[in-house]
Design a protein around this ligand. Structure first.
Ligand SMILES: Cc1cc2nc3c(=O)[nH]c(=O)nc-3n(C[C@H](O)[C@H](O)[C@H](O)COP(=O)(O)OP(=O)(O)OC[C@H]3O[C@@H](n4cnc5c(N)ncnc54)[C@H](O)[C@@H]3O)c2cc1C
Length: 650
């Protein structure tokens, strides 16, 4: 492998990283995709309107389960206590498992509840509204842990063996990340060596930050396997189901974070672990693709957490805005606070609209949801962070104070401080915001790359490029004028009533989005992939257009169900107006921006040109005056927190 060096560690170079990501990409689009069509300049309203309905039989089965999980959460889940102790009690996890919450989407024939994404999201939202750490156990187990890849790619034998265990309460985890593998799996070093007789693999390596890992029974582990004929890739990655009770699976240091303090997360080590051949998932060399498809599928749950957080802070701020009187008026009447509160209400509505729409679309089974899921993950995680920030400001000093401290002073223990700590990770895990933007941008330009990629690729010979140019010219002679033509003005979308103007706006701007993407390709050529800020603005506009559509479609649904209540129209209108301002601003900045100046400053910073700016502060970390952390290996835990389940071999 050609490598770049940093210190003593070796990293794959950019081309290798790109090749690994590209080879694991889902390239086919067998089903229609609303977002893909939107990026292509087509508003395919038929895919989202009328709002897809939940299967009534499934909704009926889900209702008592959701009621039970609500009651259980109210009675047994104490987010402040779990946060304080850094531990979610076994009894809580067992109680949730007994309700079926470990196999919500697992088909009934394998011991699960066989419920939809919509019901799954609702269950997780209920739990996370009390405790994001407890909800993270359920999500890490089901969204990315053993059940999802097993349902998608397992053999019948694997499903029969493991799904009932996972659905019944054996906790699972997803182990992809390593010290050198964050956003870039090309650096993976965990290795599974096939035995000579082919009956098993010998697994060695170390995984980092595996949520649920230290308390898990089952793992999906991504590891390199040797290249061999018939297996794609020079350094193939494969996926395995590993049981933590097996000899050689060890739990290393437990990791502690800014938020989600109750989760179980740590280093996992594999020392000569014998993994039976039948525990290989899907096939050798398909592990990264499996991981990425799992994440693409699992990403629909995280937006439900974000929406739940929006609802919780809305409830807190709404009351506080009325109760708290300063300068002779309730603070909610001061414009600066009202602007924040109004935004929290409108955008919480928008978050729920996208979550419900995306889940309902996924429930149809006829649509490709990878872009919507990624977009929702990106949009919701950033939106929730902004809203919680606004909420903390509205709550003032009480926003910054912990719930325990508020309670101790006899005030309402509203945990905005914890919500903020818990929400920050959403922008990082399950694909960071930056990686989500790259992923979405790659798919957004895919249509153009498939037609004109060779024209702008300097590695392609002149003859081939000329042929590609003719082909592309013929295509764009029809496509491009089509992105200008089309009627996105009055009286179209009249059925949407007072929201019709927003629908017309989305119609027009989806065509502008496609045109601008095309202009960006022409302007920057192959260099466009490095212009992440340019691509980011276009991706973010796609996200806001999706949110606008979801707001309007949901308002129509809600008002149809209850014509006496027109408030969904008010919220949809406000959310759309906020989105339009952002969209217009970004379109203006796509080609007129300060990206190059800022990039140069970043390069200057990396070259230590501004080191003088750091004078006057202490930059060395403390020496650890009170000794090593209780989570360090070999140090006894003095806290009341129970020890993690030991998976060290006997
Ligand atoms: C609490 C917690 C729970 C987690 N749970 C799991 C789990 O269950 N299983 C698991 O496998 N992993 C888990 N992770 C790992 C998580 O998925 C990674 O942290 C994440 O993938 C980012 O990797 P990194 O932190 O190494 O950041 P890096 O990849 O080092 O990135 C650092 C920064 O650079 C940006 N960046 C990187 N590459 C690019 C690029 N090409 N272009 C633009 N920007 C870029 C990133 O977005 C980020 O902002 C968890 C992490 C945490 C903190």
């Amino acid at each position: 492998m050609t490598t770049g060096k940093e210190g003593t560690r070796e990293f794959s170079n950019a081309q290798e990283s790109r090749d690994v990501a590209e080879s694991a990409r889902e390239t086919g689009w067998e089903k229609r995709s609303f977002m893909r069509e939107l990026f292509g300049g087509r508003l395919s309203l038929d895919l989202v309107h009328p709002h897809p309905a939940q299967d009534p039989e499934e909704a009926e089965r889900a209702a008592p389960f959701l009621e039970r999980i609500r009651r259980f959460t109210e009675e047994h889940v104490d987010g402040d206590a779990f946060d304080r102790k850094g531990w979610v009690p076994d009894a809580v996890l067992k109680g949730l498992a007994d309700l079926g919450a470990f196999g919500i989407k697992v088909p009934r024939e394998y011991g699960g509840l066989g419920l939809s994404q919509t019901s799954y999201n609702r269950a997780l939202a209920i739990v996370s509204s009390r405790c994001a750490s407890t909800a993270a156990f359920l999500s890490a187990h089901q969204s990315i842990g053993v059940p999802t890849p097993l349902v998608l790619f397992g053999t019948e034998q694997q499903k029969r063996k493991y799904l009932p265990r996972a659905a019944g309460g054996e906790l699972s985890a997803f182990a992809l990340t390593e010290a050198m593998v964050g956003s870039d799996p090309a650096n993976m070093s965990t290795f599974a060596e096939p035995s000579e007789d082919g009956s098993h693999y010998i697994l060695n390596g170390e995984k980092l930050w595996t949520t649920n890992g230290p308390r898990a029974d089952l793992l999906v582990v991504m590891a390199r396997t040797p290249p061999r004929p018939g297996v794609k890739g020079k350094r193939p990655i494969s996926a395995f189901i590993v049981e933590t009770a097996w000899r050689g699976v060890e739990v290393g240091p437990i990791c502690r974070f800014m938020g989600l303090k109750g989760i179980s997360n740590g280093v996992l080590r594999f020392r000569n672990v014998k993994v039976p051949r039948e525990n290989l998932l899907w096939g050798e060399g398909l592990g990264l693709k499996l991981a990425l498809i799992t994440l693409n599928t699992g990403r629909l749950a995280l937006p439900a957490f974000c929406t739940a957080a929006g609802k919780s802070v809305l409830a807190a701020c709404r009351k506080w805005a009325v109760e708290r009187v300063q300068w002779g008026a309730p603070i909610g009447k001061h414009d600066a606070v009202a602007q924040k509160l109004g935004r929290i209400a409108a955008e919480t509505y928008a978050m729920e609209a996208v979550v419900e729409l995306a889940a309902a679309m996924s429930g149809l089974g006829t649509l490709d949801m990878r872009l919507e899921a990624a977009m929702a993950k990106l949009w919701h995680s950033e939106k929730a962070w902004d809203l919680i920030d606004d909420a903390l400001q509205i709550r003032g000093g009480r926003g910054y104070e912990s719930a325990d401290s508020l309670r101790q002073r006899g005030e309402a223990p509203i945990p905005v401080e914890r919500a903020m700590r818990d929400a920050r990770i959403n922008l990082i895990f399950e694909g960071s915001s930056e990686i989500m933007r790259l992923f979405i941008a790659r798919e957004a330009v895919d249509h153009h790359l498939s037609i004109a990629g060779a024209v702008i690729d300097p590695r392609v010979s002149t003859g081939k490029r000329a042929a590609a140019f003719l082909k592309a010219a013929a295509h764009y002679a029809v496509w491009y004028p089509g992105r200008w033509l089309g009627w996105g003005r009055w009286p179209r979308y009249g059925a949407f009533g007072s929201l019709a103007g927003h629908m017309r706006y989305v119609d027009r701007k989806s065509r502008k989005l496609a045109r601008t993407l095309f202009h960006a390709i022409i302007r920057h050529g192959p260099g466009l992939e490095r212009r992440q800020a340019v691509l980011g603005r276009l991706v973010d506009n796609g996200g806001d257009l999706l949110a606008m559509i979801a707001c309007c479609v949901r308002a129509m649904k809600l008002v149809k169900e209850n014509p006496a209540d027109r408030t969904p129209f008010e919220l949809a209108d406000a959310a759309c107006k906020l989105a339009r301002r952002r969209i217009d601003g970004r379109f203006k900045a796509v080609f007129r921006n300060d990206d190059t100046t800022i990039y140069k400053v970043a390069r200057g910073a990396m070259a230590d040109r501004y080191e003088w700016l750091e004078a006057g502060v202490i930059l060395t970390p403390p020496a650890g005056l009170d000794g090593p952390s209780p989570d360090a290996e070999g140090v006894s835990h003095e806290t009341t927190r129970p020890q993690p389940k030991s998976a060290v071999p006997a």
